[in-house]
Design a protein around this ligand. Sequence first.
Ligand code: ADP
Length: 772
Amino acid sequence: MAKGDMRRWQAGPGAQAASRPVTPHERLLQVGRDLRAALVVDAQGGVIWMDLVLALAAGWEGGGEQGRSCREVLARLPWLFTAVRAALAGEQGLGEGSGQGQRLFAVVLPVYGDDGSLVGACARLQPRQAPRTAHAVPSAEHVREHYESLIDSIDGIVWEADAEFRFTFVSNQAERLLGLQARRWVSEPDFWARHVHPEDWSRVMATCLGALRQGRTHELEFRMMTDSGQAVWMRTQVTATAEEGRPVRLRGLLVDVTEQRRARERLEHTHSVLRATFDSIADGVIVVDAERRIIAFNKRFQDMWDLSDALMRPRIAEAALRHAAPQTADPEAFLASIQAQYIPSDAVHVDVIEMKDGRVLEGTSLPQRMGDAIIGRVWSYRDVTQERRAKVERERLLVAEQNARERTEESFALLDTFLAHAPVGLAFLNRELRYLRINTALASLHGHSREWELGRTVWEANPLMAPHFAPLMLQVMETGIPMSDMEMSGNVPATPEELRHWRVSYYPVSTPSAGIVGLGAVVVEVTEEHRARQERERLLKEAQEAIRVRDDFLSIAAHELKTPLTPLKLHLQMMKQQATQGHAPKPHHVDKALSQVSRLSLLIHDLLDATRIEAGRLELHRGAVELQTLIDEVLAETRPLTGQHTLERVVPPEPLVVLGDRGRLAQVLSNLLENAFKYSPTGGCVRLKLERDGSCVHVSVRDSGIGIPEDQREHLFQRFFRARNAPISGFGGLGLGLYICRDIIERHGGHIWVDTRVGHGSTFHFTLPLAS
Ligand code: ADP
């Protein structure tokens, strides 16, 4: 054994002592350590251990003494060899001699094993004080003193007791280690018993009795109480010696092992914590040394690889490997990988192992080190099946989510493009009626940009209309029933002055998980459509009116044209009859016939004039017209229809001259006068008045006739218009006179209008610019 081995052994004796019986070899080393021995030899005299000082003294400073016989090793120190040999013979080995240039004194103690047999001896050396005289022969007293001094120098209490357990010798260390005077152990029979810890007393007695009865060395650890009452852990070997086959005394060495025990307890505690940790971790762990012996493994490892206790018990890694490999999906690759990892290396190896039963294990191996040396390898296996599956699932979900996101983005892009370019207003709103999406068409209706509206409520975006449509929107979300093609009209911020019209639809938007989350709004601008419809309706009404007017006109025209024909025919027949009878036609009949022809002619002229006016072909032949004269000429030709009418003429003294078409202006005057007579069926005064009005002349024709209803007046100067209160049966006419008058007056740069009250008469006015 190397010198270093003693140190290693000292580091951990407790753990070994606790786990298995002490071998003779270990016993020797233990005693040697307790005695601080310089030399330990086995029963055969072979050197087990020798300290450096003695090795130097014996001339073995180069080493190599272990295993050799002490006769050979101690050749230079024969006095020490003699003492060793005596001890190996069961006697007390004492010796004195020179070594390392000084006198050394040796005491060699025999050491016995558990079965009482001699296992070896330990030698303790001490420099000897120089003798008082150079030639003095040591006396027995002197030797005893040395012997006791040597005993006292042992770091333990050397003791001896008789068969009745009475101490016959206790070394002075008793006082140093326990504060208990050595002499009291001997003089007071119960002194020692009183200082043994009560809990350990029965064990102590049993051990001593056992040693005595069995005649072999027993070892024991127990507590002794110090003088100050403190418990100190002591270890002792109890060796019985016999005389004539009867045990007569007990001997031993009490060593303070309190510190050792504490260290051992700490170590055991650490060991138990480590063991518990080792067994509780989720990973399966195995430690294999360089000789491929299994040093440690935990239960999880066994379960993971289905390795029975029986299989593991021999601790042969190869056996476990043979059982484990077939469980993997690729046993050959697995074996090859493990074999490669047996080659000592610093590398950390990570393997993913597919198992036949579908599991996936992740194996990590790393070197086990002692100092700088690699002494084995640690493998840990983790079941990553769930992790792997979760990872695969996570990746699948990630891809699915990515796809879904892309699809969603695509859908949104499509939706946004569609929204942006749709010619109608579109929007999506959430349950709070906030715009989540809105297109420019709709936002611009509100007078805002799309970006401004996003995230705003309908009340913020369109305060004018929101009170009308927000309740409908809420109703759609409440009931889930869409509302489509509702006609709405109103003013919007963009065009507050204009009444606009829309066709509006609201659709609930729902998702399978959250139900109705908002609504979609479609707003179609129909203002133009609305206007077009109104225009169509107006045109239709006008067309219908025109048809009615045409029909009226045809019936009136037929009536008006027919009316003069009857008296004309009558007078012509009368004239024919007179001619047949050889008489000259009576002038009266000729006048009447001519009057009817004139009337027909006037009607036809009016029709022709109306046609010319429509075609823009009515021509004026202008010249200076003095109006008083013109009025007089017209009045001369105009006669009241009945005798019930009177005619009044009011003209200024000074002549008023205009530049115009004399015939056409006469036509206007006679038309107004004729109407005044015609529409005053009950008679009355008709007054024609001419006056100057600044740079114009003002002519008015007043009657006290039927007047014209208020709502008819604006149409009075239109073609074929006849007022409601002028039925065809009562008052003939084509509704062309005033139309022609207005055209003539306006062509002369004048203006024509009427003041009238139903039932009170009418006054027609016109103005003309005076000739300059
Ligand atoms: P008409 O040949 O039908 O008289 P006019 O163009 O001269 O055609 O007149 C148009 C219509 O105006 C008449 O049908 C009549 O209803 C109304 N009107 C014209 N003058 C008078 C008037 N002095 N008093 C009342 N109604 C009149």
